[in-house]
Design a binder for this molecule. Structure first.
Ligand code: 9MR
Ligand code: 9MR
Ligand code: ZN
Length: 593
């Protein structure tokens, strides 16, 4: 029996101002709870089963959180090293419970990868894999070429729905498969799980089985000239329906614009518009990133499917040649939605980073000097060499180059230096952040990074830190990485765990059509929500959402509080494939240690 006792007068009510990682802390890791306010009493760690206090500390030393303009106090129970389920008791009440675990990220990593299976388009999700989230096949309709409507792509099936909408977009796909294949290549132990998907048990790791579902679709998006179409979607966002009930353009607006369009294209008619998806035009950002992704696939699938690997390599080379030869006339290829398409744009006015990434991957895969020369040339262009994401992919390229055998020593040193500077920068931000994460808040620096998809702004930065850690064989960034993940898992200003199905106060109402319209009360598990968005002008749905949350003073809400778990608030509560992959790439790294 422990001699430590929580005083009788301590409240036993849950107090959300005690923020913890609601999923799990690693048993040998730093373990901190962040309490709002200047708290001075003794704080206790209690066993959740018995209520018994097992560890205590007298709190002192408030810290100022410049992001949200509050004082906070840390309760550090790192010295306690027994696994189990716990909560924290303070004079202000108790926290949500959490685990201390040998393998704190395993379950959530599996769920975050499996979430991609739930995004599969074009096939039935059977009950034995999808449980109550099963549904019939969807979107197996042909697509017409936006540049030439009489040209029809008969088979654009497969791949994942990108997000809460049902579109399929190449640039986010490029990042997602990158995360998966790199997680396998570098941190295999951290993703070596059976996902219970149709391919499980076929001798190929499930993370690669799942990625291949997307890659197979991506290959269909490459045109004969090597260029890659930016996306294939219905003309408009789907209505309030499950994927298999999305009867395309049943709700296609036949307005004046449509009439004009049909007059200009006598080769098609209304019926045609109602039965086809739209294949949007080629873009250089899609093509460059695709070349990179396929070059990675050529490496990682070689051992399992040698012919497939060859096919991926050929696709990569062809895409690269297309993108490289057009890079100086890139404006012509910058993606903008064209009528009748109004779905997600994924606009990006810099394509050099994607082509840079492709050159690096092709060099890494083939060892051919010509790709290295082009990489060296593109290195001189002005774009971030450290950013990871669906828009900025220079960080992917830099990492790939530094991992290449026979990389030029001098150039490699320069590239590595960029990666390390980026990681050091993130570390500095982390070190002054009272909630222990590396997002800029606009106070100490100019940029406030609490914008649309802020959770992935964070995990992408961790991607940069992981590159630095991996290349320098250092664990100096690991605390910052783990602590930032604890922010996503609930240790934040609003005690919100942003992963569906995990933690106590977790995201329950994501802007995700299947979760919204499947009649199941719980959302599909394992999805990471976009997170707080402090750009007030970009929150139409949040403003409407005020009605949903009477009494909340949104105008004075600090950055990390600008979140509402409401399904129509897509600017903070949507989910996407690449937000998930960016997060499980990080936990895969942590798992593999
Ligand atoms: O569901 C759409 C989501 O995936 C997008 O991120 C978001 C912003 O482009 O738009 C959502 O769709 C909404 C559309 O923009 C406006 N009409 C209502 C749609 C939601 O049903
Ligand atoms: O993340 C994107 C955000 O930065 C844009 O402002 C917004 C409007 O164009 O689109 C977001 O991306 C969405 C995409 O357009 C459609 N699929 C879901 C994406 C995430 O919300
Ligand atoms: Zn579909």
């Amino acid at each position: 029996m422990s001699k430590i006792k929580v005083p009788e007068n301590y409240s036993k009510e849950i107090n959300q101002e005690i923020a913890v990682n609601q999923i799990a802390y690693g048993v040998n890791d730093s373990k901190i709870a962040v309490l709002k306010g200047d708290i001075k009493g003794v704080c206790y760690l209690c066993n959740a089963k018995t209520g018994e206090a097992v560890f205590e500390e007298k709190l002192s030393g408030k810290k100022f959180d410049s992001t949200n303009f509050v004082y906070v106090t840390h309760f550090d129970f790192s010295d306690y090293k027994e696994t189990g389920e716990y909560y924290i008791a303070s004079e202000k009440g108790v926290s949500f419970s959490f685990e201390i675990s040998e393998k704190p990220y395993n379950k959530v990593t599996i769920a975050m990868i499996k979430a991609l299976y739930f995004q599969r388009c074009g096939m039935t999700l059977e009950e034995k894999y999808a449980g109550e989230y099963a549904h019939d096949e969807c979107h197996n309709y042909p697509a017409f070429d936006i540049n030439n409507p009489s040209r029809v792509f008969e088979d654009v099936s497969g791949g994942w729905h990108d997000a809460g909408d049902y579109g399929k977009y190449i640039t986010p796909a490029n990042q997602t498969v990158f995360n998966m294949m790199y997680a396998y290549e570098l941190f295999e132990k951290g993703v070596d799980f059976n996902l219970n998907i149709p391919e499980s048990g076929n001798g190929v790791p499930d993370i690669l089985n799942e990625a291949k579902y997307e890659l197979d679709w991506m290959l269909k998006m490459q045109d004969e000239n090597g260029g890659v179409h930016h996306k294939v979607t219905t003309a408009q966002f789907a209505g309030n329906v499950m994927p298999d009930d999305d009867k395309l353009v049943d709700d296609f607006k036949f307005d004046e614009q449509a009439d004009k369009y049909l007059k200009a294209h006598p080769e098609i008619d209304k019926e045609f518009l109602k039965t086809h998806q739209v294949m949007s035009q080629i873009s250089l950002t899609a093509t460059g990133g695709f070349a990179a992704a396929m070059a990675i696939a050529a490496r990682v699938y070689k051992k399992f499917y040698p012919e497939y690997a060859e096919k991926c390599l050929a696709a990569a080379r062809k895409a690269f040649d297309f993108a490289y030869s057009k890079k100086d006339e890139g404006e012509k290829w910058e993606f903008k939605n064209r009528y009748p398409v109004v779905t997600g744009e994924y606009g990006d006015n810099c394509w050099f980073d994607e082509i840079y990434w492709a050159a690096a991957e092709l060099f890494r895969t083939t060892g051919e000097k010509s790709y290295e020369e082009k990489f060296a040339e593109l290195f001189k262009e002005n774009f971030s060499k450290i950013a990871f994401g669906a828009y900025q992919q220079g960080g992917h390229g830099s990492f790939a180059y530094c991992l290449s055998e026979n990389a030029d020593t001098q150039l490699r040193a320069k590239v590595l230096n960029e990666i390390i500077c980026g990681a050091e920068n993130a570390l500095t931000i982390y070190n002054r952040n009272a909630y222990l994460l590396c997002l800029n808040d606009g106070v100490n620096t100019n940029e406030n990074e609490y914008y649309w998809g802020s959770n992935v702004v964070l995990t992408n930065k961790l991607g940069n830190m992981i590159s630095a850690a991996y290349l320098t064989k250092s664990d100096k960034y690991d605390n910052a990485i783990k602590d930032s993940i604890s922010y996503i898992f609930g240790r934040n200003y609003i005690s919100q765990c942003y992963v569906t199905g995990f933690g106590t106060k977790s995201t329950k109402n994501p802007h995700h059509r299947p979760s919204m319209f499947d009649g199941v009360s719980e959302p599909v598990p394992g999805f990471v929500a976009g997170g707080p968005n402090d750009r007030k002008w970009q929150r139409p749905s949040l403003i409407e959402g005020v009605k949903q949350s009477e009494g909340i003073d949104w105008d004075n809400m600090p950055p990390a509080g600008c979140y509402i778990d409401w399904e129509w608030n897509w600017t903070t509560n949507e989910i996407t494939i690449y937000w998930n992959s960016s997060c499980f790439y990080v936990t895969a790294y942590l798992n593999s240690k």
